[in-house]
Design a protein around this ligand. Structure first.
Ligand SMILES: Cc1cc2nc3c(=O)[nH]c(=O)nc-3n(C[C@H](O)[C@H](O)[C@H](O)COP(=O)(O)OP(=O)(O)OC[C@H]3O[C@@H](n4cnc5c(N)ncnc54)[C@H](O)[C@@H]3O)c2cc1C
Length: 546
């Protein structure tokens, strides 16, 4: 007997699945989203955060460029709270780049992308960090920064307000069928191991780079190629706008300002599995070298962590490799292609085009379910708020708490100074049972993502587990250690120079002030085989010191 019954099960809680859930809910279709980790814990939360104007694709992938520019304009209307309107520059630094320019300008024209050539002097006046190698500059006002976590959450919250349900840490491990029709999914709670089932009329497979693995559970094929990209987070913004290299897309050729930091990316390499994402020192070094050709601060800024994501590129059967493969998406109707009724996959695309992807797949599924309501996601704002995502500029004005009837605005203490997270920003998430770890709180608030990498806010967040969730001291310490370990996984790839010194401050705080490693050892249950969760107390060898 199924534990639950619904119209549509959406598998995958990235931007695609979240967009699909909202679209279904807005058409009045009952739906449940299941995600094996937290929301945005797959590729979406590991993307570069660029709201693409389309400039990157306009020469080699015109269709993807057109979709980016059109969707970018829609998202600026409906998802303002998730976008920093930075604009972007495309800059040439070599002869080869200069040869690319006419094709770039023509591609922008064909795709309808706003693109203005400006003098290098003017570009440098606006962006003083542009390197002396820059020879030409184009201004593309439609590039921006899109916060992938806030985008996913805004979509799922909007869907939940319309009756949709979201189950995180719930993995689809199988399907139920009646003849050639899919009638439901079998689930496993990733934390407890408990198995449940949902009966449904249709399933949408929105699992990105995992979609081939999920389809295989039903014996059908989805040819998705997992292509890894590495990014380096630099400790401050470096530039006001996104800086792109004007050339055939390559490594280390985009720097995106993302609130308090800048993200340099990316690389491109096929990997055997979406969860095998090693970060090589050479990849980090190569990106820093390339990025420095565009921006002066890249080598001197503190590289504070590196992370990797995996592109879900859909294999159209062409000979294309990695960067040559299209950023387009595909809706796969398994009823027509494989004779499996009730299953549809949606693969490929970008975060920037998630809404369009959702519209296309829900058009098909709604038609099959006999629902005639049209898509309205391009017109209805996702959230009631209208502020754009511009924390740095607006937050100081929001830090005072009005005292009732007094007219006074005393300053509110912060949970995370780097990202200016206030207790009231985090409070609803501590009350939400779907939020199971401090990592989940980070994705919803950005606490711990700034320059100190949770050195300070980790213990304040752990304290909230005691006050808001009733955990005892040991449990909160364990949760804090787990949180610090996830931060540490990214920090260890850039362990030199000023980042090494910063990490030692963090180690001092957590190891010495909280006696964290000893405390965990006393508590006992740490398997020896696991990789170290936190920087060890061992002295750092002289050659590694910056
Ligand atoms: C390095 C890099 C940089 C990028 N930069 C940008 C950018 O700047 N701008 C942009 O627009 N796009 C960018 N992209 C592309 C973009 O990130 C992806 O196209 C997009 O995030 C894919 O979203 P998705 O929802 O399809 O997949 P995902 O976000 O991966 O979501 C799929 C989810 O399915 C879940 N799942 C898998 N199997 C199961 C199962 N059995 N049961 C339940 N859940 C399951 C996974 O845990 C995952 O969370 C970038 C991609 C990469 C790799």
């Amino acid at each position: 007997m199924p534990d639950l019954s619904t119209g549509v099960v959406v598998i995958g809680g990235g931007s695609t699945g979240a967009g699909v859930l909202r679209d279904l809910a807005m058409r009045g279709i009952d739906a449940v989203l299941v995600e094996k980790g937290d929301l945005a814990s797959g590729t979406t939360g590991r993307s570069h955060g660029l709201l693409h104007s389309g400039g990157r694709y306009c020469v080699n992938d015109l269709q993807a460029a057109i979709e980016c520019v059109e969707e970018g304009r829609i998202l600026r209307k409906i998802a303002r709270t998730t976008i920093e309107d930075t604009g972007g520059y495309f800059v040439s630094v070599t002869d080869e780049d200069r040869e690319w320019e006419p094709r770039f300008v023509e591609g922008c024209r064909q795709a309808g992308i706003t693109c203005e050539r400006i003098s290098v002097e003017e570009a440098r006046r606006r962006e003083p960090a542009l390197s002396r190698h820059v020879r030409t500059a184009f201004w593309l006002p439609e590039d921006g920064h899109l916060d992938p976590f806030f985008l996913v959450l805004a979509n799922t919250e909007s869907a939940r307000r319309r009756g949709a349900r979201v189950m995180t840490y719930t993995e689809v491990v199988g399907f139920s069928r009646a003849g050639d029709r899919v009638t439901g999914v079998r689930l496993r709670d990733v934390m407890s191991g408990a198995e449940t089932a949902i009966a449904c009329q249709a399933v949408i497979n929105a699992t990105g780079a995992w979609s081939g693995l999920v389809a295989r559970l039903l014996g059908v094929e989805v040819r998705v190629v997992p292509v890894k990209g590495v990014m380096v987070v630099l400790s401050h913004r470096l530039a006001h706008a996104a800086i792109n290299r004007c050339h055939k897309p390559g490594d280390g050729d985009i720097v995106v300002p993302a609130l308090s930091v800048a993200i340099l990316g990316t690389t491109s390499a096929k990997v055997p599995h979406p969860e095998v994402l090693p970060i090589e020192w050479d990849e980090v070094r190569r990106m820093i070298e390339e990025g420095a050709l565009m921006l002066d601060g890249v080598t001197t800024a503190r590289a504070m962590r590196a992370y990797a994501g995996v592109r879900p590129l859909y294999d159209l059967g062409a000979e294309a490799e990695g960067r040559e493969m299209s950023r387009n998406f595909a809706v796969i109707d398994h009823e027509v292609r494989d004779g499996v009724k009730g299953l549809t996959s949606i693969v490929g695309g970008k975060v920037t085009t998630y809404r369009l992807m959702a519209e296309r797949v829900v058009d098909l599924v709604a038609r099959r379910l006999g629902v005639g309501n049209p898509c309205t996601t391009a017109d209805v704002p996702i959230s009631d708020h209208d502020d754009s995502l511009d924390q740095l500029r607006h937050r100081p004005a929001q830090l005072g708490v009005p005292k009732p009837h007094s007219g006074e605005h005393p300053l509110e203490p912060l949970l995370c100074e780097c990202e200016m997270v206030r207790p009231r920003d985090a409070a609803p998430w501590f009350a939400d049972p779907a939020v199971r770890t401090l990592e989940d709180v980070r994705r919803r608030t950005r606490a711990g993502m700034g320059p100190c990498q949770a050195a300070i806010c980790s213990y304040r967040l752990a304290a909230r587990l005691v006050t808001d969730r009733g955990l005892d001291g040991s449990q909160a310490t364990r949760a804090m250690a787990d949180f610090l370990e996830t931060r540490w996984r990214g920090v260890r790839h850039v362990f030199w120079g000023s980042q090494l010194r910063q990490a030692q401050v963090g180690t001092g705080l957590q190891m010495e002030l909280f006696n964290l490693d000893r405390q965990l050892a006393i508590d006992g249950d740490r398997p020896e085989t696991r990789e170290p969760r936190l920087p060890s107390r061992r002295p750092v060898p002289a050659e590694a010191r910056g």
